[in-house]
Design a protein around this ligand. Sequence first.
Ligand code: NAD
Ligand code: TDX
Length: 332
Amino acid sequence: MDRILVTGGAGFIGSNFVHHLIGATEAEVTVLDKLTYAASRESLAGLPESRVRLVVGDVADAAVVDPLVAEHDAVVHFAAESHNDNSLRDPSPFVQTNLVGTFTLLEAVRKAGVRLHHVSTDEVYGDLELDDPQRFTEATPYDPSSPYSSTKAGSDMLVRAWVRSFGVQATISNCSNNYGPWQHVEKFIPRQITNVITGGRPKLYGAGLNVRDWIHTEDHSSAVLTILQNGKIGETYLIGADGERNNLEVVQMILRHFGRPADDFDHVTDRAGHDLRYAIDATKLRTELGWEPAYRDFESGLAATIEWYVAHEDWWRPHKEAVEAGYAAKGQ
Ligand code: NAD
Ligand code: TDX
C-alpha cells in the first residue's frame, strides 16, 4: 500500500493517524478533509511535504471523491460529524456526512477496486448497565441511541452490505472514547481541562456516573494500521484498552492534577438520551492480529494530555468562548 487516502485527516484522530502512518510506513498520504469547525491544519504541521498533501473537499461529493480514490491503493475513512451534543441540536450534517459521505466513498472504492478501512465507534452498540459483567464484542447487536451513533451504525451497515453484495474489500473498526492532543474543546476531557485553565469549573452532566472506556488516540491509530495491514476482509474489529472510568473520576483526576479541591466542579443539565456505560472487549484484535496498546496507565496519559493543553493555549483559546456560550444556552 504505497498511496493511502485518509478522509477526515485534519481532525483529532485522523491527524494522529496521519502522523502514525508517516512514522510507521513508507506510504504517501493524501488527506481529504472538508475543514469543518472540527478540523485543524496545525495538527498536520511538520509532516514531510513530499509525502503528505491536503485536498480540501467533501467526502459526500462524488466529483471530488471518485477520481481521488482511483489514484490510491487504500482509503482509511475517519471523516464524520463526531459530537453527540451537536447531533441533538441539528442532526442534518450527521446524516449528510456520516451516511451520504460513506455511501459516496463506498461507490468510489467499488468502481476503482480500492481497499477501504471504515472507522466507527462503540456507540453503535448502545449502552450497558453499570454492573453488567458483559462488555461489547463483535457479536453484540446494534442498538444506537443518538442521531450521531445511529448515523455511524447506518454507515457500518452500508459497508457490510457493499462487502457482501459488491465484493468491496473493506474492514470496519469500532473504537471506544479517545483522548489525547488536538481534541476539540467541545469534547469532555478537553472541555474540563480548559475550564480549569481559564478559571472556571468542570461541568458534569447529571450525576457524573456515566462510564466511558478511554483509549489514547495513538493506540487507536496503531490498531487501525494493524487492521489495514493484517485484518481479514469483511471483518469487524473492536478497539479498546481496558480504560473504564466514570466521568466524576476523570474530573477529579483533572482537579487533582491542578491542585484544586475534589469538589470544585458543577453538576449541569444531563444530555438527552445519555448512554450510561460503554466497555470494549478487544480480545479478537489482540489474539487474531496481535495488537497491544502502548498506553496502559490512564492517569499518566491524562496528565500528559493536560500538559499538552496547558502548552497549546494558542490553539484552543480562539474556540473556547463560543463553545462555552453554546453549552451555557442549554444549561450545560
Ligand atoms: P473530529 O470531529 O475531530 O474530526 C472529524 C474530521 O472530519 C474533521 O477534520 C472534519 O473537517 C472532517 N469532516 C467532517 N465532515 C466532512 C466531510 N463531509 N468531508 C470531509 N471531511 C469532513 O472527529 P474525531 O473525534 O477525530 O473522529 C474521527 C472518526 O473516528 C469519526 O468517524 C468518529 O466517528 C470515529 N470515532 C471517534 C471516537 C472519539 O472518541 N472521538 C471514538 C471512536 C470512533
Ligand atoms: O461537558 C461535558 N460534561 C460531561 O459530563 C461533556 C462535553 C460531556 N460529558 C459527559 C458525556 C459523556 O458521558 O462525558 C462523557 C464523554 O462525552 P463526549 O466527550 O461528548 O463523548 P461521547 O459522547 O462519549 O462520544 C465520544 O466517544 C465516542 C466521541 O465524541 C464520539 O465521536 C465517539 O464515537
